[in-house]
Design a protein. Sequence first.
Length: 322
Amino acid sequence: MNAPQPKIISRRAGAPARVRPRRPRAPSGVKRAKSDTILVIYNPVAGRRRRRRFQRTLRAIARTGCHVAVRETAASGDAQIFAREAVGGGFAAIVVAGGDGTINEVAGALAGSKEVLGIIPLGTTNVLAAEIGVPTRPERIARIIAAGNHKRIRIGEISNHRFVMMAGVGFDARTVVRVTPGLKRLTGKLAYVIAALSEWIHYKPARLRLTLDGTEMTAASAVIANGHYYAGRFVLAPEARLEQAALHVCLFERAGRWNLLRYTLAIALGLIGRLPDVRIVRAKSGVIFGAENEPVQADGDVIGQTPIAFALLPASLTMLVP
C-alpha cells in the first residue's frame, strides 16, 4: 500500500480536511489538538537539491502515519502570516521548512501560544537546527516529528522583531547586509565568507554604547546570543542555552581590520573565550546606540538600525527535539 501523500494548500485556501493518523505527543500543560494534521510552512526559495530533500522528508513523514498539509510562502512575511493563522487551528504540530530567517518568522508568531513547532532545516547555515540537534536526513527528521519529544525555549526581541538564536550590531550585521539572495543561491555558505571579506576590506571603525541591565559599556561590535552556536556550528557563547532565562551579549571591544581578523580566527578555532578583549555579559534586556545608519541583524536578516532596545521575552515556545 502506498504511503499517504501530503496535501498542498495554496496561500488563499481554507483549512485542510480532518484526518486521523498517528500524531506527535502533546507536551505537558498543552491542550491536545483536535486534528491529527501536521501543517508544514515551506519556503520554496532554495536550491534544487534542498527541494528534493524536502520532498523526501514529506514522504518519510507520511510513512510514519502522519498526515501533512503544506503551505508555500511567496514573499517575505508570508511564513509569519501563515503561522498566526494556524494558531488555534487544531494542528497537532506546525513545522517550518526553510532557513533560519523563515524559522524566525514562524517561531516569533508562535511564541506564547500552545502550538508545537518543528523544523525541517533547508537553509544555508541552519543554526537553530544545530543548536537543538535536528539532523538533515529526511528519515531522522520524520522520526522526530512523529515521536513528539519536546522542550520549552525562550526567545528574544530586538527593535520589535523577535529572534530565536542571535542578533548582532557592528561587523556582524554589516556582513549580513552584503549577503544578497543571489549570492547565497550561487555560493551557499561561501556567501558569508565573501561578504565578510568585502566588509573587512571596506571596514570603517565605529563604537557602540550599550546599557545592559542598567550597566553602561562600550564595544566595537556586539552579538546577542540566545544559544551557543553561531554562523553554523561555531561556538561563540559557550554557556548560552535556549531554555535559560538570560541572553549572553558578546562584546568585541577593539576596532580595526586586524582585530576583526583575530576575532574571526578565534571563533573559527574555538578560542574566542581565551581573548581578553572579548567579554560575554549575561543580561535580560538592554539598549544599543551606534553611529548613524549602523545596521542590526536578527537570525541572519537585517531588521533595522541603531539605536535599538532588546529583551528576553517572558513567553516561551514549545519545540520538537530529538
